[in-house]
Design a protein around this ligand. Structure first.
Ligand code: PAF
Length: 279
């Protein structure tokens, strides 16, 4: 596995791969790799001739009170895991090269960034689309892979790619869960033992919602109120939002007619967790 830190070296390598006709699969990450990332890496390995993984904790997508400084980082472990997983190139740029002094340009998808997490994390998605757009220009992937746990991120990136005629195919892969249902996330590392148990209320409530839908309940307010009850019963949990929306427009819906997205953000102690499922 080759480790590249320099942006122009990554661009030159990508150009050479293109000339040789080799397809590039790309998994952008913020590191602290877990089974969720590995599922993206495995898919990219199967489907593309060259596999590039980036590790960059993007300051632009963290708010002033977010966890940028404490975000878990372990480059040694990440490089070992990437090497073992068949990654060809690990791209680890520095923040001062991605955003040099005087950097100004931002990419935004305002409409789809408004609801769900966007209401609470002002500027977050603009930070994501800006860095992903830059990474796409540097790595020049044919296919880029994202997890559906960050469903809104996936939809926003799809829209950016469509609106800006970017020649990259976006693939969203299913959420990978731990045995008890907790969605894999680098932020799970923040949870202590009691919080880890409390975090189970997210998955429990998704299961209850699915069950209600199967019983024929389609009124979103009823499902949301049942979920709120499950989460409120857990003293360590504080819901930030629980919404049922259209999976493409991300607009709230009153009744489930076709496929709907149930999405939530819940604070467990100081840790903010998100999860979602289709109903
Ligand atoms: O999902 C993430 O880890 C990040 O938001 C991403 C896509 C790597 C952009 O920084």
């Amino acid at each position: 596995m080759e480790i590249i830190k320099d942006i122009s070296q990554m661009q030159k390598t990508a150009n050479t791969l293109k000339k040789e006709g080799k397809s590039i699969g790309f998994v952008p990450t913020m590191g602290f790799l877990h089974a969720g990332h590995l599922s993206l890496i495995e898919a990219a390995r199967r489907e593309c001739q060259t596999l590039v993984v980036s590790i960059f904790v993007n300051p632009l997508q963290f708010g002033a009170h977010d966890d940028f400084n404490t975000y878990p980082r372990d480059l040694t472990h990440d490089s070992q895991l990437a090497g073992k997983s068949g990654v060809d190139i690990l791209f680890i740029p520095d923040a001062e090269h991605i955003y040099p002094g005087g950097y100004q340009t931002q990419v935004a998808v305002p409409g789809l960034s408004e609801n769900l997490c966007g209401r609470f994390r002002i500027g977050h998605f603009q930070g994501v689309t800006t860095v992903v757009c830059k990474l796409f220009h540097i790595v020049k992937p044919d296919i880029a892979y994202f997890g559906q746990k960050d469903y809104q991120q996936l939809i926003v990136i799809n829209k950016m790619v469509a609106d800006l005629n970017m020649e990259v195919q976006i693939k969203g892969l299913p959420i990978v869960r731990q045995k008890d249902g907790l969605a894999m996330s680098s932020r799970n590392a923040y949870l202590n033992e009691r919080e880890r148990k409390a975090a189970h209320c997210l998955y429990n409530s998704l299961c209850r919602a699915k069950q209600m839908k199967e019983e024929g309940i389609t009124q979103c307010s009823k499902i949301i109120s049942a979920i709120r009850d499950i989460i409120s019963a857990e003293p360590m949990a504080r819901p930030e939002y629980i919404r049922i929306c259209h999976p493409e427009t991300l607009q709230d819906i009153e009744y489930i007619e076709d496929r709907a997205l149930l999405a939530m953000a819940v604070h467990i102690g100081k840790t903010r967790l998100i999860d979602n499922c289709f109903l």
